[in-house]
Design a protein around this ligand. Structure first.
Ligand SMILES: NC(=O)c1ccc[n+]([C@@H]2O[C@H](COP(=O)([O-])OP(=O)(O)OC[C@H]3O[C@@H](n4cnc5c(N)ncnc54)[C@H](OP(=O)(O)O)[C@@H]3O)[C@@H](O)[C@H]2O)c1
Length: 344
């Protein structure tokens, strides 16, 4: 009993001494005061310095879902830093509008590629185009690929690959894009998955994700499907990182979540939440700032799940997925993306 009291006291003392105070720890544990705007402002005060980046050899960052919300803000922030930015958008019209806005502001036009991230043929065309441009020195290799495109569906819909939409958009498409872009990536590149804090409430469950495609649409729960796919993105980042390092590729793979951010996506898909949270959400630039920092960090040895400039545990109460679930995830994404299991 005494030992427990002592160790608890020690933990409290250590927490008080660390830059993250006990009050921070309590507020972070509440989730609400961590993911909301107050959490952002609190974490920003503890944020490390922005890494030194070369202006002579600017980093080339490719961002999917770049015409709106967090993706657009990330393009804007990275252009401000002097990075070279390429945008991947599904709509020509919306992509061009965003590209023009960035061009008007920065005087440099980011390159625009068009592909629906659930369409494997469209992904292949864009990836071939980029790899050809890199091979012929018309484009510098990609230093960072940000899988940001995403959505939370209100009803069941199935992609052209036969998958439930969040599985197609958050997992199958990004896997295909990553695989087909390998020749266009820089030697020490980074891949980032824009996940969601919602993933804390979902297990890694490829079986359930695959079951959705055969389900009665009345039984479909878009919020849970979204959370499952976002959990799977975090696990996929770790798997991919491990496989790449086993093959001596110096490409690191990270995942991040942006907190609760006021974007067109949230306004459209979570209208009630958006209304209730008026004034308490981060804006899209606040949502993008930690991702901007992560894009520019030097190479990392490990794969982490990031939130507001710090790696965080992706597991509540330490509950980790089993190896067979990770294997099932790899099987699902490779089969869905029509790739051999050993494509890495
Ligand atoms: N906002 C938040 O609070 C929050 C929280 C956690 C995680 N996230 C994640 O952050 C990312 C960005 O979301 P956001 O909030 O910024 O939403 P957003 O404003 O709706 O932006 C989403 C972007 O993804 C694109 N996209 C969607 N489906 C696509 C597809 N099939 N192919 C290609 N592009 C597609 C959208 O294109 P269109 O404009 O053409 O639809 C848009 O550019 C998502 O992955 C989301 O899950 C957001």
């Amino acid at each position: 009993m005494q030992a427990t009291a002592q160790s608890s006291a020690q933990i409290l003392a250590d927490l008080k001494q660390s830059s993250r105070s006990f009050k921070d720890w309590l507020l972070d544990s509440s989730i609400y005061y961590s993911f909301d705007l107050s959490g952002f402002l609190r974490h920003q005060r503890l944020a490390p310095q922005f890494p030194n980046i070369s202006l002579e050899h600017p980093k080339h960052i490719l961002i999917t879902g770049a015409n709106s919300g967090i993706g657009y803000a990330l393009c804007d922030l990275l252009l401000d830093r002097g990075c070279q930015v390429s945008m991947l958008c599904r709509s020509h019209e919306r992509g061009q509008k965003a590209q023009q806005k960035l061009m008007d502001k920065h005087g440099i036009s980011p390159k625009l590629y068009i592909a629906d991230i659930t369409n494997l043929n469209a992904i292949d065309s864009v990836a071939t185009q980029i790899c050809t441009e890199v091979a012929s020195n018309r484009q510098t290799a990609i230093d960072c690929l940000v899988h940001n495109a995403g959505l939370l569906p209100n009803s069941l819909s199935i992609t052209s690959t036969g998958h439930e939409l969040t599985v197609g958009a958050h997992l199958i498409g990004p896997t295909r894009l990553t695989a087909k872009l390998m020749d266009g990536l820089a030697h020490q590149a980074r891949i980032i998955f824009m996940s969601s804090g919602g993933m804390y409430f979902a297990p890694l469950d490829p079986k359930q994700m695959l079951a959705y495609q055969d389900e009665n649409s009345k039984a479909y729960d878009g919020v849970f499907a979204y959370a499952l796919s976002k959990r799977a993105q975090v696990e996929l980042a770790q798997l991919l990182h491990k496989k790449l390092s086993l093959h001596n590729k110096q490409i690191d793979v990270q995942s991040i979540h942006p907190g609760w951010v006021d974007t067109p996506g949230v306004q459209g898909s979570l209208a009630k939440f958006h209304e209730r949270m008026q004034g308490k959400l981060r804006d899209s630039y606040q949502g993008a700032l930690p991702a901007e920092w992560l894009c520019c960090l030097p190479p990392l040895q490990d794969s982490s799940f990031w939130f507001d400039w710090a790696p965080r545990s992706p597991y509540l109460l330490g509950k980790r997925p089993k190896q067979f679930q990770k294997d099932a995830l790899w099987t699902m994404v490779c089969t869905g993306a029509n790739l051999p299991f050993d494509w890495v």
